[in-house]
Design a protein around this ligand. Structure first.
Ligand code: CAA
Length: 381
């Protein structure tokens, strides 16, 4: 693995760090408090103008020509400060833009990928259902071909960016008799009649992003919006999640670093028993553990990104990075609250938000228990 970043990768990190300092950090607490996605959406649109919504995609399709390592670095910087924005960003880049670009034909790429990469259109990914969470193959949504359209019915839940996104990657059964091999993937446009968005979910954390249920009632999707072939849906979902987990690993690393950095600064300044609490070994050792976990999270994320960039298999490494980094995020955020003591429990400091935000990263894009299913599946073949 190459440890030295290229000039382009360093430039992306600098660009995102400056954007986060100037545009994201100032309103982060207020956006969380208001549980309002609209300002987060505005930030995403600004990121689009900087080329960040097409970051790891080719220039000839309107992308920025970057790679997965640059994408990890961008995710790291965003999630140090705002995991809500980080969630929506990761869904846009990994879960919606990637399957359309990777599995789409040229017409689909021109129609959907180009505006997504240019930041003109936002994407979403609709896989999870009330009875198909970890068991994503148990889909009950249906898609029936009638003439030149598929008719989609059923319910999707926890769909990030729903209601704001323009383009949705939706999974539904075209042939229930074939089990997971009967699932297909479709590109659905926001305003398609019968594609109904329910209320915004109220959550423990990542409150400034949006998740909604989508109820599909006879949604007419043109035949040309089938992604890949009929029956490819499960493979498309699984490979998409392999890459998505790199984004969530970067999110975990970001939160782990953010919590560490805030707690370190606080511990250097907060005086008790006549000296900064950082001078107490109990606190110093916590900080030593926290930086180690944050660094290891980043390295695992970069390794998975490097494997993907260099055309090697990365599913297992993405799962390891996702699991380790998000567990580290949860541990570091909790320890940061502990270091700040009673102050850490107040909303005056970002660490209580980080603790709430970190929890979901252990759950979404495959619970960390599912990551162990994936990892053990790879090593025990
Ligand atoms: N790549 C390619 N093919 C894959 C694959 C992968 N990563 N994983 C499985 N497959 C293939 C298998 O090879 C198999 O095909 P064959 O029969 O031809 O060999 C087929 O798919 C079925 O595989 P499994 O029997 O392993 O499938 P399973 O039903 O046991 O499920 C699972 C495996 C890993 C548990 C999977 O269901 C899973 O990943 N679940 C978690 C779902 C998840 O991550 N959901 C997150 C939702 S998105 C989200 O959170 C978004 C957000 O808002 C942030």
């Amino acid at each position: 693995m190459i440890f030295k970043l290229t000039q382009e990768q360093e430039a992306v990190q600098k660009l995102v760090r400056e954007f986060v300092e100037k545009e994201v950090a100032p309103g982060v607490a207020e956006r969380d408090e208001k549980e309002d996605f609209a300002p987060t959406y505005e930030l995403l649109m600004k990121m689009g103008k900087l080329g960040l919504l097409g970051l790891p995609y080719p220039k000839e399709y309107g992308g920025a020509g970057g790679d997965q390592i640059a994408y990890v670095l961008a995710g790291l910087e965003i999630n140090k400060v705002d995991a809500s924005l980080g969630c929506s960003y990761s869904v846009a880049i990994s879960l919606s833009a990637w399957p359309i670009f990777h599995y789409g034909n040229e017409a689909q790429r021109q129609k959907y990928s180009v505006p997504m990469f240019k930041g003109e259109k936002l994407g979403a990914f609709a896989l999870t259902e009330p009875n198909a969470g970890s068991d994503s193959g148990a889909s009950e949504c249906t898609a029936v071909l009638e003439g030149d359209h598929y008719i989609l019915n059923g319910t999707k839940i926890f769909c990030t960016n729903a209601g704001f996104a323009d383009i949705y990657v939706v999974f539904a059964m075209t042939d229930p008799s074939k089990g997971v091999k009967g699932i297909s993937a479709f590109i659905v446009e926001k305003d398609t009649p019968g594609f109904n968005f329910m209320k915004q979910e109220r959550k423990m954390g990542i409150r400034a992003t949006v998740q909604r249920e989508i109820v599909m009632e006879n949604v007419k999707v043109p035949k040309e919006n089938l992604l890949g072939k009929e029956g490819d849906g499960f493979k498309i979902a699984m490979t998409t999640l392999d890459g998505g987990r790199i984004g969530i690993a970067a999110q975990g690393a970001g939160i782990a670093f953010g919590a560490y950095e805030y707690a370190r600064k606080y511990a250097m300044q907060r005086v008790q028993f006549g000296k900064p609490i950082a001078a107490q070994q109990a606190i110093a050792f916590k900080l030593a553990d926290m930086i180690t976990k944050a660094e290891a999270s980043l390295l695992l994320s970069l390794e998975a990104a490097y494997l993907k960039d260099s055309g090697q298999k990365y599913g297992m490494h993405a799962a390891m990075a996702k699991m380790f980094a998000t567990d580290s995020a949860a541990q570091n955020a909790s320890e940061a609250v502990q270091i700040l003591g009673g102050h850490g429990f107040l909303r005056d400091h970002p660490v209580e938000r980080m603790m709430r935000d970190a929890k979901i990263t252990q759950i979404y894009e495959g619970t960390n228990e599912i990551q162990k299913v994936v990892i053990s599946g790879h090593i025990l073949r």
